[in-house]
Design a protein around this ligand. Structure first.
Ligand SMILES: Cc1cc2nc3c(=O)[nH]c(=O)nc-3n(C[C@H](O)[C@H](O)[C@H](O)COP(=O)(O)OP(=O)(O)OC[C@H]3O[C@@H](n4cnc5c(N)ncnc54)[C@H](O)[C@@H]3O)c2cc1C
Length: 480
């Protein structure tokens, strides 16, 4: 619990009604989009500027409480939920100003609470483009995107958030304020601290402003929907498109379970007997986008596509994208608990990984919908279960254990874009090995000696286990 003295000091640093302690306020911030984890904070604080953030962090060091920065709470690894009783959630509500769109340098300074889709719209008005587009982009924030190094549907061609972070203003775990990076496109001065911050999951610094890089808005886009009778055929079509040196701006896959859920949700008129579909976009100069779209069509047909449909209008294309973005919500309607993971493999291993996930799900008798960014190997095996049933929980736990092991065995990773947070901290050592894990812990220890920033995330509580337990920590009921 937060001491009375710490609470009183917090109210002095952040005056007015911006320190919330009412039970209903605390419960609101006990969870994010990750099921089955989290606990209420001791207080919720809404700072107004970087100076107040810095004061709160200094106070945390003096009084010994934890700070959990929070954007929109759409995270899927438990990053924005408290892991300890004494945690204070730091909100960036109202920090939604796009302070500058620099047309000469193709960059924008934004506050961390800016909604990602709002940034898209603002820069597209100037014919510029901010590519990272997480499925949650209508809700999630730039601060959360930078902290998780978020990806999205356009990641295959355009990369992920780290490829667009040009500069940061950060409050360090000591309370010091630091600027990293800037508008110079080349900068070789010292260690690249900015890149260390991107993907640090709120454990190394609090972002108070972000400078993002923008690119020219693609002149045209072609959207294609290809349907398949087998999942394997869809996987092979993905491999063939990439082998043909075509880099679509979107190459998304949905399996049968997901298609049925999306169809019930979005009513696209898809046949009910499909095993898989690919949603593909090519973009760029109209001639190039059209040529590539035709080539993609041919390759899909050559690999057994049952139907290849080209979106005739911008509206139809947007409806298809919206349906894909609804995949998680559509699956969530099938059962009371939905656990979405992001095991990721090298692109060439996508067909093998799809086969492994289906085989694992069938053997454990669990319902897995699979969708995801097939073009960059970032799949989302999503388990629909009822967490009140211990047997279902045990089977899901065993299945996820094998999915993660399969991803690593295929040269992949336990997380392509959602981060480690609480949900996957027990798997990190399996992924990176002991020396790398010790190095990461050391970075955290040096930068945050009092462990005030988002403690309990990324690293499992025990420093090292000889035989790290595999199992889904949230299903096992673990928190901190
Ligand atoms: C339906 C759905 C679809 C999704 N699709 C995608 C997808 O396609 N790609 C993808 O990558 N993710 C996706 N996600 C996951 C999630 O939206 C992203 O991780 C997103 O970046 C989280 O942003 P947020 O604002 O909600 O952050 P939160 O969940 O609030 O926080 C996430 C992390 O960021 C830290 N943080 C937040 N603000 C700051 C700050 N100012 N300074 C320092 N640290 C901070 C928090 O402490 C936490 O560790 C999806 C989630 C949902 C629910």
């Amino acid at each position: 619990m937060l001491s009375d003295r710490a609470l009183a000091a917090l109210r002095e640093v952040v005056p007015g009604d911006r320190v919330l302690t009412a039970r209903e306020d605390l419960l609101t911030y006990a969870a994010d989009a990750t099921p089955l984890m989290g606990r209420p904070p001791s207080a919720v604080v809404v700072p107004r500027d970087a100076e107040e953030v810095s004061e709160v962090v200094r106070l945390a060091n003096e009084e010994g409480f934890a700070i959990v920065p929070r954007g929109a709470g759409t995270g899927l690894s438990g990053g924005a939920v408290p892991a300890s009783e004494d945690a204070v959630v730091l909100l960036f509500h109202g920090w939604n100003e796009i302070a500058e769109i620099d047309l000469g340098n193709h960059m924008a300074w934004v506050e961390p609470g800016v909604i990602t889709a709002d940034l898209h719209r603002a820069v597209e008005d100037h014919d510029l483009f901010y590519p990272p587009d997480p499925g949650s982009m209508r809700v999630c924030t730039i601060g959360g995107n930078v902290a998780e190094n978020a990806g999205g549907l356009r990641g295959l061609k355009y990369g992920v958030t780290k490829d667009y972070v040009q500069g940061l203003e950060v409050v360090l775990p000591t309370g010091e304020f630091v600027r990293m990076g800037g508008k110079a496109v080349k900068d070789a001065a010292g260690y690249d601290l900015k890149d260390l911050m991107v993907g640090s999951e709120g454990t190394l610094g609090i972002f108070t402003r972000v400078l993002v890089r923008l690119v020219a808005r693609p002149a045209s886009t072609r959207t294609i929907l290809a349907t398949f009778r087998t999942l394997g055929a869809a996987g092979e079509a993905v491999a063939a498109i990439l082998a043909a040196r075509i880099v679509p701006s979107m190459l998304e896959l949905l399996d049968r379970t997901t298609i049925l859920a999306v169809e019930r949700y979005a009513r696209l008129g898809l046949p009910q007997d499909l095993a898989a579909l690919l949603l593909i976009e090519t973009d760029g100069h109209p001639v190039v986008a059209s040529d590539e779209a035709r080539a993609v069509s041919r390759l899909c047909k050559a690999h057994g596509a049952r139907e290849v449909r080209h979106a005739a209008t911008a509206r139809e294309a947007e409806d298809l994208r919206t349906a894909r973005r609804a995949a998680f919500s559509a699956l969530a309607r099938i059962g009371p608990t939905t656990i979405l993971e992001d095991a990721t493999v090298p692109r060439s291993a996508v067909p093998a990984m799809l086969e492994r996930i289906h085989e694992i799900a069938a053997r454990h008798g669990v319902v897995f919908g699979i969708f995801g960014h097939a073009g960059d190997g970032n799949l989302h095996p999503t388990c629909v279960l009822d967490a009140r049933e211990p047997d279902e929980v045990a089977r899901a736990e065993a299945a996820f254990e094998e999915v993660f092991a399969a991803a690593i065995a295929l040269g992949g990773t336990i997380t392509g874009e959602h981060g480690v947070g609480l949900a996957k901290r027990r798997f990190l050592e399996l992924q990176v090995g002991d020396p790398a894990l010790r190095f990461m812990r050391e970075v955290k220890r040096v930068m945050d000696p009092n462990q005030v920033l988002n403690p309990g995330k990324v690293f499992a509580p025990r420093p090292r286990c000889e035989h790290p337990p595999i199992g889904h920590p949230r299903l096992a009921g673990a928190t901190a």
